[in-house]
Ligand binder design. Sequence first.
Ligand code: NAD
Length: 375
Amino acid sequence: MKKVTRRSFVKKIGIGVGSAAILTPLVSFNHNTENEEKNYSGKKLNVALCGLGRYANILAKGLIESNFCQLSGIITGTPSKAESWKKKYNIPQKNIYNYENFDDIVKNDDIDLIYIVLPNGMHKEYTIKAAKAGKHVIVEKPMAITAKDCQEMIDACKSAKVQLAVGYRLHYEPHHIEIKRLGQEQVFGKVRLIHASLGYNLTGTPLNDWHLKKSLAGGGALMNLGVYCIQSNRYVLGEEPISVTAQFAPKIMPDLFTEVEENITWQLNFPSGAVCTSTVSSNCNIDRFYASAEKGSFELSPAISYGPFKGRTSEKEFNFPVINQQAAQLDGIGKLIINGQQLPSHISGEEGLKDMKVIEGIYKAAETGEKINLI
Ligand code: NAD
């Protein structure tokens, strides 16, 4: 009988992906499981990072701490980065690629998964290339810059029989798991109102930064930050939004924001009657989540960055250990792929597509001044 290596096994389990949706809206945070995972000594999922910018550096630290994944390869267009990463992370030369020879990765059995950490406008092209090379994919948020692109990425991964995840790190973060529980289990009754906002002051950003270019970023604050607010609304309520109104704010830095929006505010309506308001901004700092329910409230502030987060309900404070969010996310994904299981729907490409449809609705609402139906 042919020996099934872990690598051939990881490949095999791609078969059938997308055939059955697994609905697991709540992930539990459990210290016993955490200790068991720390002692895991089996084979690890071999991950290649594609695009070695700011966030890839943070992911590399997560990969070092991960129990189920390891940094095995890189894809970079900058030879000096190839050299420094090779030395720093002990990456074999044969696992180092650039954008010209990317497709050769199909022949490399030492890479199981490619993690796309490129500017948003490049996510589609490289996700599809990775899928065609037979590799599982994690793509950073936002999944792409249009819903049509998200659908093409989902289709490419399905036809290549590889798994596709979006880098939704907060799904593995204990404070967020708790607000999901408080909302979905209606611990304080039905949630009526959520306010979730995120902003970073980008004063001084160089004019050539890709975040300011429509073709590479897809948009401004909404494209880069909005997904966190939309996600928190959806997983705390356990509902899908039905309509949206939205407004762009006047630009304070018009020289910087020539192609994309600087600030945008929106109001999402949900079937239960809940209303969720958000502002995402590139001219001020804010990082906050607040939910008001029938019999109380719960909030996080800071809420969305890398923490440490602070939680409070109308009754008491709640705080969990500070974790490496990237390691937790990589472990959650790596463990399932190694064990031949399908990734849960709440971090899937379909989830990224749902968020992108909401983002498109928000832009349409702000551009037209109309209330836009989302269903
Ligand atoms: P970055 O600018 O620091 O890195 C982007 C990388 O892409 C660089 O290494 C750059 O050299 C490379 N690149 C290749 N072709 C390029 C081109 N044509 N133009 C510009 N860069 C090019 O950006 P980042 O902050 O690391 O963001 C990368 C992705 O990660 C984005 O999609 C972003 O939304 C996402 N991100 C996610 C989180 C999170 O918490 N999940 C945090 C930050 C960024």
